[in-house]
Design a binder for this molecule. Structure first.
Ligand SMILES: C=C(O[C@H]1C=CC=C(C(=O)O)[C@@H]1O)C(=O)O
Ligand SMILES: [Mg+2]
Length: 473
């Protein structure tokens, strides 16, 4: 058992250090170099052009806050070894049905293989919905959507780059895109003197389900379990917030990540509607033939003191209901991956993963893939796991469709990055959709034999606690 007690404090509002002239000049030089490279390019059609150059260290979310744009994107992986912040999009590869994820991944692969790159190589970032239904506030989103940003700042193993991607199918769109990029580069801001972020307030809250309606949904799920239709279903709820003013999302995400540093953080936009989150859960990371994934499920709060906290941690490891809730996820992952692997290690013991407000059971799973296994096969095999859907998958999904009052969109889908070097995806939980001053916050809980509606309601609340507190800070 590995238990680490992380002190969880209030986030510190860290004033950003003002840049000294040295780095400021270095950024300006980088912009100048990129602008002149861009001016020298001759139109190259149907090919991704990727150029990036080294810059001094910079806070990527601070850079996004300084450069507002309706199409901002951001991804940082859990070990902070890679982060990408983008403005505008050079190439979008998407599909309206989840079943077309194979075509999307194949098109990304072709674009990367045929790309002309100066720098470390292009990276696509994007996501996949829980299913194909993109209605209500999700209308702007597609079931599967990945993009290479037009202009970006990237951090890889502590090295920072500023760069651009270009892709056009016609000469006229080449000219439009290069013009847009020239304007974007000319207006880029790297100067980040401390800016006070106005305090926000939640002026109205509406839950997609009342406690009474929740009790009814949990009862229906428990009877589906009792009569053998399913063993587990994850039921989710949406909380709609109206804020006093539009939230500064890069700032919110930065403070969210400070509280849960070992999480994936992401921000993806579609025409000004933005989806952001700070998720502890990896769907998978794939580097060549090596695959790392994990089963995360089973939740208890953090203790008010160290003794309480250890008590909850021990309960996670021993309570039969929590173990069952978790076991269904790890067994499923093992079964689903087996046909694609030469070796799979599911023998790691589950440990306690501590977040700022809650703790989970977590079991790492490693595998060696057979030659030729494609990213889409892994996505289709793993997504959605019983940590967000249930078991068996289709029966649980049918129940969710029947019982959940709102569409999930990309909540509990997958978000991540795909490059020549591999692919990494987080499970898009602990997430919210934002449009102007409206925030749609999602949380879900695994219902298994032994679940009690009121306790699961409390768990739904506890999963939103960090975000709700951060909004008003
Ligand atoms: C579906 C969510 O969490 C999943 C991941 C970890 C623990 C879970 C649980 O204990 O119920 C859920 O399966 C969510 O946060 O929205
Ligand atoms: Mg649970």
């Amino acid at each position: 058992m590995s238990e680490q007690y992380l002190e969880s404090g209030r986030p510190q509002l860290r004033p950003k250090p003002a840049l000294t002239n040295g780095p400021k000049n270095a950024f300006q030089r980088a912009v100048h170099q990129l602008t002149s490279r861009l001016a020298q390019l001759t139109p190259s059609l149907n090919q991704l052009i990727h150029i990036s150059i080294d810059i001094p260290a910079i806070d990527l979310l601070g850079w996004l806050a300084d450069n507002p744009h309706p199409e901002q994107s951001y991804w940082q992986n859990r070990d902070s070894q890679f982060a990408l912040a983008g403005l505008d999009r050079a190439l979008v590869i998407e599909a309206t049905e989840f079943s077309q994820v194979d075509r999307v991944m194949a098109d990304i692969k072709t674009a990367l293989e045929q790309a002309s790159s100066i720098g470390t190589g292009a990276v696509f970032l994007g996501g996949i919905g829980f299913d194909s239904g993109m209605t209500g506030p999700w209308q702007a989103f597609k079931a599967v959507s990945f993009q290479a940003p037009l202009c970006f700042v990237q951090q890889r193993h502590g090295q920072f780059e500023l760069g651009f991607n270009l892709y056009s199918a016609t000469r006229s769109s080449w000219h439009q895109q290069t013009k847009r990029l020239t304007q974007l580069l000319a207006g880029l801001c790297f100067d980040t003197p401390p800016k006070p972020v106005a305090k926000n307030a939640i002026v109205h809250r509406q839950d997609s389900l009342s406690l009474a309606a929740w009790r009814d949904r949990v009862a229906q799920t428990l009877s589906a379990i009792a009569n053998g239709q399913i063993q587990k279903a994850v039921l989710a709820r949406r909380v709609d917030l109206r804020l006093a003013h539009a939230a500064n999302l890069p700032d919110l995400l930065s403070r969210w990540r400070d509280l849960n540093p070992a999480s994936f953080s992401f921000l993806l936009s579609q025409s000004g509607t933005r989806f952001l989150g700070c998720s502890p859960e990896r769907l998978f990371v794939r580097r060549h033939q090596r695959l790392d994934t994990e089963a995360i499920a089973g939740t208890l709060p953090r203790g008010r003191n160290r003794a309480d906290d250890l008590f909850y941690g021990r309960q996670l490891l021993t309570d039969p209901k929590l173990r069952r809730e978790h076991r269904l996820v790890s067994d499923f992952i093992g079964q689903q991956l087996a046909p694609f692997c030469t070796e799979i290690d599911t023998e790691h013991k589950a440990h306690v993963l501590k977040l700022s407000a809650i703790q989970h059971l977590c079991q790492p799973i490693q595998a060696n893939l057979q030659p030729g296994v494609a990213n889409h096969q892994l996505v289709q095999a793993l997504h959605p796991t019983p940590a967000v859907c249930g078991y068996p998958r289709q029966a649980a999904k049918d129940l969710i469709d029947r019982l959940e009052p709102v569409e999930r969109g990309w909540y509990s889908g997958a978000v991540g990055v795909v490059s020549d070097a591999g692919a990494e995806f987080a499970v898009a939980i602990r997430s919210a959709l934002c449009r102007d001053n409206r925030l749609f916050c999602y949380s879900g809980v695994g219902i298994v034999d032994g679940s009690v509606a009121e306790q699961e309601w409390y768990e739904l609340e506890s999963k939103l606690q960090t975000l709700l507190e951060l909004i008003e800070q």
